[in-house]
Design a protein around this ligand. Structure first.
Ligand code: ATP
Length: 305
């Protein structure tokens, strides 16, 4: 029976580790059936949020509901309906792909009569049917990652938490995983995916929540976030450090948002420039469409910590 409310509801969650506030009054709703991309810099609080949802950590304050169930009070019941795919590969090396899935089918109490079919379905979803009997230790990095995702899906969860699903993988393997994640959404599974890869969020997420300092600082579809914060067009200027600083100053005086892009400076919302501003800026700039990375850098800061 579908939960009446959103798949995930977090209200005012706070999690402190000693003097560090990892999650600082977080509000987050994830409607059923969407893929939500959780974006943020290192240390923004994404993993802590995931741990609060699985009750691996307890919030100091706030209310958390997963599939209509209060967490941590009813986390066991919630966990039975949710799949968790960790960032760290913790497959059992000695066991075959099939056996790894069978162990989890057992842990997640897939009824005995349906276990074989559940494992076969998860193998097929991860395109590992022909490697079912290969020990995990002999699978490639990409196959292992697909198996890890399949393991989180073996009990047909309604909600899947994916923590950095494609970190450290080559472009081809990432694309295979993207197809797999997209298939999940097509099947109506709600997905919460933390990622550092902006392109991943742009391609897969219906909605993105941008986290900074333990809170959501912006929320919406990639298109909405881009239009709202970066506009349609970006003008990039190259030059000496002094020149870039001057362009940055002119833009800021005119109220134009800017971001550094390595050796260049990017001026956002360029389609809104008036003639007076255009006259003060060097020409020609390199023109390009605004993207989600512009929004990310604008809202979460330019410098490395
Ligand atoms: P990353 O992208 O690097 O994984 P993140 O957004 O997932 O980062 P968290 O891992 O949630 O961020 O960390 C948020 C903050 O809480 C950081 O300052 C981190 O050092 C701190 N933190 C997280 N877990 C613990 C812990 N068990 N003990 C102490 N501090 C912690």
């Amino acid at each position: 029976m579908p939960a009446p409310g959103p798949a995930i509801s977090i209200r005012g969650a706070v999690k402190r580790y000693g003097g560090i506030t990892a999650v600082a009054g977080l509000d987050l709703d994830v409607p059923e059936g969407i893929c939500l991309g959780l974006l943020g810099r290192n240390g923004a609080g994404k993993s802590t949020t995931m741990r609060l949802l699985t009750a691996q950590s307890r919030a100091d304050e706030g209310e958390i509901e997963v599939l209509g169930l209060p967490v941590p009070r009813r986390s066991k019941r919630a966990r039975a309906m949710m799949g968790v795919v960790p960032q760290q590969d913790n497959l059992d090396e000695e066991l075959s792909a099939r056996q790894n899935l069978e162990v989890f089918a057992h842990i997640y109490r897939v009824p005995r009569a349906g276990r074989r079919a559940a494992v076969a379905r998860a193998l097929a979803l991860a395109q590992l049917t022909d490697r079912a009997d290969t020990p995990a230790v002999k699978l490639s990095g990409g196959m292992r990652r697909r198996l890890l995702i399949a393991r989180g899906l073996v009990h047909s969860p309604r909600l899947v938490l994916l923590d950095e699903p494609t970190v450290g993988l080559d472009p081809q393997v990432r694309q295979e995983l993207w197809s797999l994640i997209a298939r999940l959404r097509d099947e109506g599974v709600t997905t919460l995916m933390s990622t550092h890869y902006i392109e991943e969020a742009e391609r897969l997420a219906d909605d993105c929540a941008l986290m900074a300092r333990g809170r959501v600082v912006a929320r919406g579809s990639p298109e909405k976030l881009i239009a709202e914060h970066a506009g349609a067009e970006v003008h990039e200027h190259y030059g000496t450090a002094d020149r870039l600083a001057e362009i940055e100053r002119i833009a800021r005086e005119a109220g134009v948002p800017t971001r550094r892009t390595g050796p260049s400076i990017s001026l956002l919302k360029a389609e809104q420039f008036d003639d007076a501003l255009r006259a003060r800026l060097p020409v020609p700039p390199i023109r390009r469409p605004a993207n989600l990375e512009d929004v990310f850098v604008l809202l979460t800061g330019e410098s490395a910590d």
